[in-house]
Design a protein around this ligand. Structure first.
Ligand SMILES: C[S@@+](CC[C@H](N)C(=O)[O-])C[C@H]1O[C@@H](n2cnc3c(N)ncnc32)[C@H](O)[C@@H]1O
Length: 373
């Protein structure tokens, strides 16, 4: 079976999303933020559908449950499951996460299991131990681009890297999922490099608003950050937290809103403010980044991002889709259908920093971008 992890408040929406994507699949809630997909069906088809679920933050493919009567037994079972499966010496990541009652107690137990796994590997398979967390965790400038807003971010998977996930659903019961390389790197975001798919909500008290966290999280999940010298268009930019981040890093921003940004940003030589309608704005030349956090009906924001990528007006994009109630989520299916025709890669996700929103972000590709007119 496959396990999907979501935020507790969005699990019902994930269920509806999966019913639409994979009709006839057997779904079973296993807790307030955990859903089992029992007959995943054909692998490539399923993978494509699961990769586009906005409300799943993490997937555990081919998860199997086993009892965990003690820390030692859990570690032994895990190591036994890896020997001969993960190639000796190859890099792999280990996520051990709790999903029950008292999170703190669960975290301690997970920490102890990790220590016991390392101990077991030392005794039974040192070559596997060598590959554990062997890929450096920090994103570095020049490769993925530095992301100074959240230090210590993990990069996306490298091609040779495998992922092992152990999820404790009670002190005595766990699920194990082993995804052998190169599958994690092919997963296009549906299997997250972040444990449980969770990214801590970033805080910067100097930013004009808490909207800051949404752009920071999107960059982390893309494994790509806006860099010095990049050009950006920020639609619905006021009061300016999204503009603030590229400006801090030495990028240039055309900010579009009906209202002005915070005064220091209005004065910044890196900001060109354009007072007007975000939906009518077309850049004179293509830009590196489209940023859009405009408050609008979902179909308008969806139409806007599709127009920008179809017209190749930007290289990368981060766009918020905002909802009023809970009835409009099926509109996200338009993005799932249309985006793949126009972009190299994209993700659609209810971010940890999102309220009643989802974010679509990705890369149009390296082909020529289009000038206006
Ligand atoms: C959630 S706020 C954006 C917050 C911003 N991302 C930040 O980081 O500070 C939404 C903005 O969209 C603007 N907005 C709404 N409709 C618009 C439109 N049609 N054209 C331009 N701006 C619009 C609002 O004025 C508001 O400033």
């Amino acid at each position: 079976m496959y396990l999907a992890l979501s935020a507790p408040e969005t699990r019902p929406f994930l269920e509806q999303e999966l019913i639409r994507a994979l009709p006839g699949s057997a779904l079973e809630p296993l807790g307030d933020s955990l859903l089992a997909l029992k007959r995943p069906g054909d692998w490539p088809e399923t993978r494509a559908a699961l990769g586009l679920t906005a409300f799943a933050r993490q997937w555990m493919p081919d998860a199997r449950s086993f009892p965990v009567p003690s820390i030692r037994v859990a570690a032994e079972a895990l190591v036994t499951g890896l020997i001969g499966v993960i190639p000796d010496g190859a890099p792999w990541r280990l996520h051990i996460e709790p999903r029950f009652g008292g999170v703190e107690a669960g975290r301690h137990r997970c920490g102890w299991i990790r220590e016991a796994v390392v101990e077991q590997l030392r005794k039974r398979r040192r070559s596997l131990l060598k590959g554990l967390d062997a890929v450096p965790r920090a994103m570095t400038a020049g490769t993925n681009g530095a992301c100074p807003s959240i230090p210590g971010a993990c990069p996306l998977f490298s091609t040779g890297e495998s992922l092992v996930q152990l999820l404790l659903v009670s002190p005595e019961m766990a699920f194990l999922s082993v995804l052998v390389a190169p599958e994690p790197s092919r997963s296009q975001g549906w299997v997250s490099p972040f444990p449980s798919g969770e990214v801590p909500v970033a805080v910067d008290k100097a930013a004009p608003s808490r909207a800051f966290a949404k752009l920071a999280e999107s960059e982390l999940r893309m494994g790509r950050a806006i860099r010095a010298g990049d050009t950006c268009v920020d639609l619905g930019a006021a009061p300016g937290s999204w503009t603030y981040q590229p400006v801090q890093r030495g990028a240039r921003v055309v900010a579009v809103d009906r209202s002005p940004l915070r005064e220091d940003l209005m004065r910044s030589p890196r900001v060109t403010f354009h007072q007007g309608d975000a939906f009518r704005f077309v850049p004179e030349t293509p830009v590196d980044w489209l940023l859009c956090d405009v408050i609008a009906a979902p179909e308008r924001s969806i139409g806007l991002v599709l127009e920008w990528v179809r017209e190749r007006r930007c290289r990368h994009f981060v766009v918020t889709i905002k909802f009023k109630g809970h009835d409009d989520y099926a509109q996200l299916d338009i993005l799932k259908r249309e985006m793949p025709r126009h972009v190299e890669s994209f993700q659609l996700l209810h971010l940890c920093a999102n309220k009643n929103e989802a974010c679509v972000f990705g890369t149009v590709g390296n082909g020529p971008l289009k000038d206006a007119g």
